[in-house]
Every structure is written in C-alpha cells, then in structure tokens.
Design a protein around this ligand. Sequence first.
Ligand code: EPU
Length: 340
Amino acid sequence: MPAELQANASLNALNAFGVNATAAWLAHVQCESDLAPVLADRRVAGWPQLVLGGGTNILFASDFPGLVVRVGIPGLRAAGQTGDSWLFEIGAGMDWHHTVQSLLEAGFGGLENLALIPGTVGAAPIQNIGAYGLEIAERLHSVRAWDCRGQAVVQMDAAECGFGYRDSVFKREYKGSRIVLSVTLALPKRWQPVLGYTELDRELKALSNQTPSAGEIFNAVCAIRRRKLPDPALLGNAGSFFKNPIVTREKRTELISHFPSLVSYALSGGRFKLAAGWLIEACGMKGASRGRAAVYDRQALVLVNRGGATGREILDLASEVQARVAEKFGVVLEPEAVIV
Ligand code: EPU
C-alpha cells in the first residue's frame, strides 16, 4: 500500500526523548518506490521536510511545521565481496542493534563495538555513529540515497560521504537533499578485535586474558552501555547530547594547568578531544535537574526526560550546561543531537 500522508500527526512515540510534538504532515515510507511520490504530493509542495529514522538523536523543541518522512525501508542481503570484506546491503529502516546482532549470529563480526546504539541503519552514516574505538565510517562500503535535487537514486562510496567525528556530508552539503535508502557495510574477512578503549579493555580483562571473540566484545559493550546509558524505553534521552569538544594543544595545556585531572585524548594534527562528560561533571551539573529535565546521574553527557518534560525544558537545560562549561573552561559545547 502506498505511503499515506497524515495531517497534524503526533510525533510523541517517534522520538526517544518522548517529548510531545506534532508534524503538520507525516508519512511512513516502508518501500523505496513510495518516497518520490510522497515528496511530490502537492499537499506538501514547498513545505519544509524532515527525515526521521528511529528518532533517537533528535530533540523536538517545537512542533514541526512541515512534512516528516519516517523511513522504515526493510531488508538485509548479502551483496558480494571485495578483496578483504564481505558486503551486506541493509535497508535504511532496519534497527541498527538488531542488524549488528543478526550479522554476528550469522558469523560476521566487525560491528560488535557499535552494539546497542539506538536508531536505524539509515541514520547511522548521517552522524557517523561511533563507540568504543570504532566508527561506522570504517565499516561502510557505500550508501544508496535519493537525491531530491536530481530526482534520482545515487550511489555514494565511503569517501563521498565525507565522514568526520559525528559528521558527514548528510549534515552539511546534502543536508535535507539526500535521503538514505540503504547502506552497504563491509565486514572484514579476517576479523581482528578493535581494542584500546580503556573502559572496554578493562571489562574484557575481567573476563579473561585471552584475545576476546567478537561475541565477547559484543557482550562487554552491551554491559557497559546498559550500566552507563539510560534505555530510552524507560527514560527519555537521545544518547550523548553534546559532542566532545576539540581544542588546540595550547588550550589543552592551559586547561591542564588549572584542572590537572582534565580528561583528554590526543588526535592527529596536534589537537585534543576533551571528555565533555568530565567538563559538565566538573561544573557540578551531573544529576542536576530543572523541572522535568535532568542531566543523567551516571553519564553527564546525556540529558534525560524524567517524565513529561517539554522539548523547551530540555533545551533550556542544555543551554545552561553550555553556559556553565563556557564560563568555567572557555570551551563551547556543540549539540550532538539534532534540535528541531
Ligand atoms: N566522564 C566523566 N563524567 C561523566 C562522563 C564521562 O568524568 O559524567 C569522563 C570519564 O573520564 C570517562 C570519559 O569522560 O572515562 C569518557 O566517557 P565515556 O567513555 O562514557 O565516553 P564519552 O566520551 O562520554 C563517547 C560517545 C558515546 C560513546 C562513548 C564510548 C560522543 C559525543 N559520545 O562518550 O556515544 O558511546 O564515547 O565510545 O562522542 C552517543 O553518541 O550518543 C554516544 C553515547
């Protein structure tokens, strides 16, 4: 059945923060061929558009005055191989974690460090999801997308996606103009564990001193995430609300001289990534609540809806966190979540 347009539709169940919001128009697109007709429907011609996957990285601070397209395109198929990888093409609407799990169960490791990240496969390249030392950029072969300007399906290889830390061309030059239809992942034929992230290594050491298997890494990542990150089904949240800020060597040296326990990681090019969670905690805001919005008490980088918060309340708390961090450290925290 072709996708239908719903007028004045609730987005409450479609965003992981669980805030109340409506869209002027909403369409659930379950198959690729439904997308172009929905976008061309004369009722929504000229209205702003927003593409939604799992709604796990978005904050609706107000209603959306346009068309929300929820992409639910299914599918997982073996798509051949390259010299060193097995390829799998996965529909944009597939759940990310279930995809990681099914591929692992079928004997294909390589995504286990990215277990339990909420959201859909189609959303994964947009912000280049990453955790525990791995980013999807390192496992992505190509993306098929609908190009709204050229009115055609385009195939983009990993280089064309312009990946950076929580960043890609889909957030920049193709923002609003390319809609992901499917993602082809490249999983290594010769699997090697991705280790080196202190907390993961510690968790694995506690299990055994042997080289861990992909399944063991998967379980360890799930255990860490369950301990530190709230389940959106129980407590509304969008994962890390801010990006970890990147600063110059000079700035980091200056900060260390005042705050010797500052947590930072060296990047190539002489710059440093600071742990935003540490900065927020050092401002005394871990666990702080303002009305029904709060800074999560086990990971300060996550903002939560304690029940019934409005998007505005969460945004006000985010602004307070940014102001406090800027005042104490002279560092700007950029939101990682998309704010609408
Ligand atoms: N820290 C604190 N206090 C806190 C939180 C963190 O002091 O409240 C310090 C600790 O020293 C900790 C360090 O910050 O060791 C890093 O914390 P963590 O390992 O939890 O990682 P993160 O930098 O806070 C990033 C990603 C997460 C990802 C983890 C693991 C971003 C914006 N966030 O968080 O991604 O799961 O690393 O790789 O890069 C997400 O994007 O939604 C997300 C959850």
